[in-house]
Structure formats: structure tokens, C-alpha cells
Design a protein around this ligand. Structure first.
Ligand code: NAD
Ligand code: GLY
Length: 364
């Protein structure tokens, strides 16, 4: 088992990564608050892994209230959140109940927001089962739901007490979802970890083929990078850089997701194409060479990810990006690369250069 910590003073918590962790009672016993757990999962993940986890919880003497939601980003809504509150109240869950998220980022974000708000906040544990959730969404305490007018518009910061990533769960993950998670893994290399980027270039086929040791290492390096970023800028208030760097490719990516209709492309796929736009723009600003651009494109392609953005029309991209949370005081603050392994937040890119970069990355 690999272990690292998110060093948030009095809210410090461990991230455990390894095979078979859902069946190991030791970690759970140490971090379970009280003798009651509400396990929030969905109709895809629960049949695969809920029994395994419930058995372990029962072994440590905890009562289990399962709450099973329909699967999908379209259910990351107020209605699902309300269904969680209803189930917690019906089961008479009190503040001694620990909320456990068993699933991907959708379940993690929903369960975390429920934990942040139920009875003004109850303890929370993340058990991520997608690669994206194991390397990104389960760490750092961002929780929330979508609003019809925008993704992740309602939410709270609520740190978990424990993140437990059982790498065995990745065996059942569809390949497209695995690749989508790799987009976020590659992000860490690009924004701050050039040695990890080189390691990824050497091992990407092994990751795509689900080599357990390689995946565990990639998850550990990703979480170590994310933990450092979160500790330095928990609430994303840094004027430059900071937690916002995690949004490399996301402003363009969100525009792709919204422009095509949510669910057409996976989040990680849109982030990959969005990363190519950011890389192309960084090249046009004189920071990256054409060889750098080719290097990133090749790595994303080998990870099974799209490297061309859909042809939505440049004006439509600007319209969609104007709704992004990264617009501050009407200014679009993009994450770009000064070099491979060195991300920056940048609000001074000329509109016409952004338009050229988008056009250069779109399908003919
Ligand atoms: P997801 O939760 O929708 O999971 C993807 C699919 O895989 C779903 O159908 C799910 O049921 C299925 N699945 C999950 N685990 C499985 C397994 N082990 N075997 C088989 N199928 C499995 O999507 P995701 O990519 O994990 O997360 C995306 C969400 O995460 C978005 O809502 C995004 O906004 C959010 N997110 C949050 C943060 C954060 O910091 N809080 C960061 C990044 C993304
Ligand atoms: N995934 C973005 C963040 O956690 O800040």
C-alpha cells in the first residue's frame, strides 16, 4: 500500500492507494467517526463493489445505510442531493454518521456536498473508483452539484477524513473512462512535474494496458502533486498560479463539453483537446517550441485521447468560455505553459491569438 498525506494542519488526512483496500478493515476502523456509515454510490458501481465495502464496515462494527443514485453527470443535481438528504433523515442518521462516497467524481462531488451540509456538516470519506477520481476529484475538498445554467455552480469546500483508492476497482472501468483519467494525470506533468512527464512518456502504453504497479505509481505521483497544490492554495485564492493551475485545458474543455452537449465527450476527453488549445496558444505566445507541441500531442494520442477540438466556430467558443468560473471581473484567466512542466495563469493573451489557437486545433 502507498500512503501520502494532505498536510492541512488540523484537517490533515491520508490518501491510501493499493490493491484490495476495500476489504481491509484497519484503515476504515481508524478513520470512521462513530459507528454508522452512509455509503453513497450509483447503480453501476454499487452492484460491483458495495457488498465488499459493506462487509468490511460490518467487520468493524459499523451499521451501513446504502444510498444508491442513478448513474451519470445528468444526475449531479439538486434532485439527487435532496434524495440523499431524504435517505439520511429516513434512516435517522445523526452527526455521528460518516458519509462515504463509493464511485467516480460525480458520486464524490455529490456525497461530499451532502456531507458538508447535512446537519451543518458530518465526517466524509472518499473511496474513488475511477482513475479520474483517484488522481484528482477525491483529493482537495471541492464538492458540489451542477445548476441548469452551469457545471459545478453550487458547492462547498469540505475536506474528507480519508481517501482510500482501491486500484482493483479500475479493472472494471471502461477503457474510454481510463483514458479520460489519464488526461488529468498528464496535466500534473505539464503544469509542474517535468520528470513525471518524462516517466509518462516512457510508460503510457503500460498505463493504458492497466499495469497495476504503473497505475499505482501514476496515482501516487498525481495525488502528491495535487496535495501540494491544495495545501498551498486550498480555496483557490492565489492571485497567480496556485490551485487554478489544475484547470489546464479546462476552460476550453468546458466549452467543448457544453457546446457538444454534456455527455457527448467525457470530461477528460474535452480536457485533452482543451490542453492542445492551451499548448498551441502557449506556442503562439513564444513559450513552447513546435517540438514541445508535438510532444504533448503524441502523449495524449498514445493515451487514447482526442487531440483535435470539435469545430464549434471560434465565436461560439468565446461565448461558451465567457460562462466559465475562471472568468474574473470579465477577464478570461487561462492556464498556459511557459515550458513543459511549468504552468502559469495568464489573463493577457490577445483575443485574436486565442482565436488562432482554437482554429488551429479544430477539425477541418
Ligand atoms: P463518473 O463519476 O461519471 O464516472 C464515470 C463512469 O464510470 C460512470 O458511469 C460510473 O458509474 C462508472 N464507474 C465508476 N467507477 C467504476 C468502476 N470501477 N467500474 C466500472 N464503472 C465505473 O465520472 P468521473 O470521470 O469519475 O468524474 C467526473 C466528475 O468529477 C465530473 O462531475 C467533474 O465535475 C468532477 N470533478 C471534480 C473534481 C473535484 O476536484 N471535486 C475534479 C475533477 C472532476
Ligand atoms: N480539479 C480542480 C481542483 O481540485 O481544484
Amino acid at each position: 500500500m502507498r500512503r501520502l498525506n494532505v498536510e492541512l494542519a488540523d484537517r490533515r488526512y491520508p490518501i491510501l492507494i493499493g490493491k484490495g483496500l476495500l476489504t481491509q478493515s484497519g484503515a476504515l476502523e481508524a478513520y470512521l467517526h462513530g459507528k454508522r456509515a452512509a455509503v453513497i454510490s450509483n447503480q453501476t458501481v454499487a452492484p460491483l463493489y458495495l457488498d465488499r465495502l459493506a462487509g468490511t464496515l460490518q467487520k468493524v462494527g459499523a451499521g451501513v445505510t446504502p444510498i444508491i443514485l442513478p448513474d451519470g453527470e445528468i444526475h449531479k443535481t439538486w434532485e439527487s442531493l435532496n434524495a440523499i438528504y431524504d435517505a439520511l433523515l429516513a434512516a435517522r442518521c445523526d452527526r455521528g454518521t460518516t458519509v462515504i462516497a463509493l464511485g467516480g467524481g460525480v458520486i464524490g462531488d455529490l456525497a461530499g456536498f451532502a456531507a458538508a451540509t447535512y446537519q451543518r456538516g458530518v465526517p466524509f470519506i472518499q473511496m474513488p473508483t475511477t482513475l479520474l477520481a483517484q488522481v484528482d476529484s477525491s483529493v482537495g475538498g471541492k464538492t458540489g452539484i451542477n445548476h441548469p445554467r452551469g457545471k459545478n455552480m453550487i458547492g462547498a469546500f469540505w475536506q474528507p477524513r480519508l481517501v482510500l483508492a482501491d486500484t482493483d476497482t479500475l479493472a472494471t472501468l471502461p477503457s474510454r473512462e481510463l483514458s479520460a483519467g489519464l488526461a488529468e494525470v498528464i496535466k500534473y506533468g505539464l503544469i509542474r512535474d517535468p520528470r513525471f512527464l518524462e516517466w509518462l512518456e516512457a510508460n503510457i502504453e503500460g498505463l493504458v494496458n492497466r499495469d497495476g504497479e504503473l497505475l499505482a505509481y501514476a496515482i501516487e505521483r498525481s495525488c502528491a502533486n495535487k496535495a501540494e497544490i491544495v495545501v498551498a492554495d486550498e480555496f483557490e485564492t492565489a492571485r497567480e498560479g496556485g490551485r487554478a493551475l489544475l484547470n489546464l485545458g479546462h476552460t476550453f474543455g468546458h466549452a467543448i463539453e457544453a457546446g457538444l452537449g454534456y455527455g457527448t465527450w467525457l470530461h477528460g476527453e474535452a480536457v485533452a483537446a482543451g490542453t492542445m488549445v492551451a499548448v498551441e496558444l502557449s506556442h503562439r505566445l513564444g513559450w513552447l517550441s513546435t517540438a514541445d507541441v508535438d510532444r504533448v500531442r503524441e502523449l495524449l494520442r498514445r493515451a487514447g485521447l482526442p487531440v483535435r477540438a470539435p469545430q464549434l466556430g471560434t465565436e461560439r467558443y468565446f461565448e461558451l468560455m465567457a460562462h466559465d468560473k475562471k472568468v474574473v471581473d470579465g477577464q478570461l484567466r487561462l492556464v498556459l505553459l511557459k515550458a513543459l512542466g511549468e504552468g502559469v495563469t495568464w489573463a493577457a493573451a490577445p483575443r485574436e491569438t486565442i482565436a488562432e489557437a482554437i482554429a488551429a486545433c479544430c477539425h477541418e
